[in-house]
Design a protein around this ligand. Structure first.
Ligand code: DUC
Ligand code: ZN
Ligand code: ZN
Length: 474
């Protein structure tokens, strides 16, 4: 008899954000078409006995091929970045299309399409980074782009090339409110950072570690509060990204208690790294490998972040993959970067490490349920960024984006497993339990047992809808 389906995944344990059940999954035309026991045969069959069958990971905070200033080159474009994401169990990423000052937003989006086109192994959308909110950007380009499926925007409260004034933030928020876009906010205050950086440099404190001292939690707390107050004034939901510790969390929890709609994201670096990593070996330049913003904090902050992961303060867990090479004049070791932490490019790779770290530290250690893991790594990203239920779940009619996960596999994280363009991983040597073994996008195996299977370019651009509701967020 002719097989009824393209692919049947048999004998696994399926986890969604809501349920955990044993069943087979039948796939046809890239979609899930049947769920149940003992399904008829498929042209291809995968035996998933002993494995978890999860919605493919969605990482909604990834930087690829993004301009970082003269002479600095990001270590991943769409080919290596999406391959690394697939190695880590992801089927969809949402990188940024960065508007440079003076540039039209449309032009920025066209540039990033050209970078991604034919290169991405995974499906992808784009968040817009607005650095120059001119009248034309706010009045025409942004509304038109939101209508075209670029339904989220990131804005920055720091960085010379990106920082927006408070008035500009308010203007972006009010356009987002009018057209229904989600605004992600990088909440660290520009002037406080500049002030502290100048003082540290004057005192001769230029090693990478002082990056952390130039951006203490207070700086993040102040900006988080200001961002929330702006959101309250305009009456629009916002998402505070890469929350690093207790002080920013308290602002978010305070706002939620007042009925302000604030979503929050955290990342693996705030669970397994601390500022001590920035000290390197005796305060040498190797600390630059861990320079990211906000910086990793201390053990008490890690515990606070866990509390927020468990109790629902956080809706998403993303990598903030922002990769540079270490032994490279165009990366962490630029001649200028060696003179002061001020010039070390901010960001670390993590798109392949994100899911294994949360699974191991969260699920395997009994801190969170498998359903919460799925919510944090996939479902809520799809809901908040307008891709649900095509993405982010396993249900009849959804895209067959599936990760087969070995919950018992013990792995020592190491550079060669990351498949990224950086020459290091900040998680080198970390022992984890649980690892993605097969990544399936729209019914096709794209990465299997450590190897890419599909060629680059298999991924498609996703025009996204507006944000949907997320359980647990006020
Ligand atoms: N902000 C990010 O979101 N990513 C990397 C660097 C940064 O400052
Ligand atoms: Zn940021
Ligand atoms: Zn980022």
């Amino acid at each position: 008899m002719k097989p009824q389906y393209d692919l049947v995944i048999r004998g696994g344990t399926v986890a969604t954000a809501a349920d955990l059940f044993a069943c087979d999954i039948a796939i046809a035309g890239g979609k899930v078409v049947a769920l149940g026991p003992d399904l008829p045969s498929g042209t291809e069959e995968i035996n998933a006995a002993g494995l978890l069958v999860l919605p493919g990971g969605i990482d909604s905070h990834v930087h690829l091929d993004q301009y970082q200033g003269e002479g600095i080159v990001m270590a991943d474009g769409f080919e290596t970045g999406s391959r690394s994401a697939a190695a880590g169990g992801n089927t969809c990423i949402v990188p940024y299309a960065l508007q440079r000052k003076g540039q039209s937003l449309r032009e920025a989006v066209a540039d990033y399409h050209a970078k991604a086109d034919g290169n991405s192994l995974l499906d992808y959308g784009f968040h817009l980074i607005i650095s120059d909110p001119t009248a034309a950007v706010l009045g025409q380009e942004l509304p038109a782009l939101i209508a075209d499926g670029y339904t989220s925007v990131k804005i920055f409260m720091t960085y010379d090339d990106l920082v927006l004034k408070d008035r500009e933030i308010l203007e972006v928020l009010s356009i987002a409110r009018q057209y229904g876009a989600m605004v992600m906010i990088h909440a660290e205050g520009y002037d406080q950072i500049k002030f502290l950086t100048d003082k540290l440099e004057q005192a001769g404190k230029t090693a990478p570690y002082y990056h952390a001292e130039a951006r203490p939690q207070l700086v993040e707390r102040e900006a988080t509060h200001r961002a929330i107050a702006h959101a309250e004034l305009v009456d629009v939901p916002v998402m505070i990204v890469h929350v690093s510790g207790k002080e920013a969390m308290e602002q978010i929890e305070w706002a939620r208690a007042r009925g302000i709609k604030v979503y929050a994201e955290t990342c693996p670096q705030y669970l397994v790294l601390t500022a001590d990593h920035l000290k390197g070996l005796n305060m040498d330049h190797s600390g630059a490998k861990y320079v990211c913003s906000p910086p990793p904090r201390d053990h008490a902050s890690q515990e606070a972040i866990w509390r927020g992961i468990v109790n629902g303060t956080f809706q998403t867990f993303s990598s903030d993959h922002c990769p540079f090479r270490y032994e490279d004049a165009a990366g962490k070791s630029s001649p200028k970067g060696r003179t002061s932490f001020r010039w070390v490019p901010n960001g670390i790779p993590g798109v392949a490490a994100r899911m294994p770290i949360l699974f191991s530290e969260g699920v395997a250690k009994g801190r969170i349920s498998l359903q919460r893991f799925v919510e944090l790594t996939s479902t809520n990203h799809a809901k908040l960024f307008g891709m649900y239920p095509a993405k982010g779940t396993i249900a009849i009619g959804s895209d067959a984006d599936i990760t087969l996960w070995d919950p018992d596999k013990k792995v020592t994280m190491t550079q060669s497993l990351m498949h990224h363009g950086s020459d290091y991983t900040p998680y080198e040597g970390l022992e984890v339990t649980g690892w993605p073994v097969t990544t399936i996008l729209r019914g096709e195996v794209i990465f299997d047992h450590g190897h890419p299977v599909m060629p680059k370019g298999f991924g498609r651009f996703i025009s996204r809808g507006l944000a949907g509701a997320v359980a647990g967020a006020s």
